[in-house]
Design a protein around this ligand. Structure first.
Ligand code: 5RP
Length: 221
């Protein structure tokens, strides 16, 4: 039996196969699985010209390893984006944002040709929503957005003591059973004051690499 940390390390190693070209400008996500990726990324350093990072934390770690980190506005579209997730369903639709970096993550996913998601098997679900859905909100809209999220059937809870890299708050929404992720993603984005929500159905992954004690499975739709 492998521990969850061992699985994160294994799936991070498997993601290196996608660095299949030279002079690549790649998007790098945020979280403990991505931290495992950054630890092994020096193995493909000769293929990477620069990285675009989804958080201050990832930027710091990439720079410590000697990678060039550029702004998305400097680079144009990216060929590859690698990131983790909090939940993934059988259609590669995701919940992200447990680390609070969902907005930059969604921007990078949208700007990338291929989004490869890396997870351990504990993240796989049939229906999204057991993990509380993170929603990034402009601070003055907190109560308005909270009421609107409650009307959609969830139980909103402010993430205490947390400010995003963009200077906003996160509301985590509990007990949503997300039967139609595409629809709910759009509905939540339409609430005034919402910057972004953690459903990645419009920006689902191209492939999800899933680590279990049996090995790595690639889920492609
Ligand atoms: C950060 C994220 C992460 O990808 C997600 O929270 C998974 O993190 P971890 O790899 O630590 O389980 O969306 O905003």
């Amino acid at each position: 039996m492998s521990t969850q940390d061992e699985l994160k390390h294994k799936v991070a190693l498997a993601a290196l196969d996608y660095f299949d070209d030279y002079d690549m400008v790649v998007g790098i996500g945020t979280g403990s699985t991505v931290n495992c990726l950054i630890d092994v990324l020096p193995q493909v350093k000769n293929r990477i010209e620069a990285c675009v990072s989804s958080s201050e934390e990832t930027t710091k770690r990439l720079k410590e390893k000697g990678f060039v980190v550029k702004e998305l506005n400097q680079t144009g579209p990216l060929s590859l984006y690698i990131d983790g997730a909090d939940e993934c369903d059988t259609h590669n639709r995701l919940i992200k944002g447990g680390g609070g970096a969902l907005t930059r993550e969604k921007i990078i996913a949208a700007a990338s040709d291929k989004f490869i998601c890396i997870v351990d098997e504990s993240k796989m679900v049939n229906i999204l929503g057991c993990f509380p859905l993170p929603v990034e909100v402009i601070p003055m809209a907190q109560s308005h957005v909270g009421r609107a999220l409650a009307k959609l059937g969830g139980q909103p809870e402010l993430r205490q003591g947390f400010t995003t890299d963009n200077g906003n708050i996160i509301i985590d929404v509990h007990n949503l059973k997300i039967i139609d992720p595409l629809k709910l993603e759009g509905e939540i984005n339409n609430i005034a004051g919402v910057v972004c929500n953690g459903i990645f159905a419009h920006q689902k992954s191209y492939a999800t690499l899933v680590a279990s004690s049996k090995g790595i499975k690639t889920q492609k739709i």
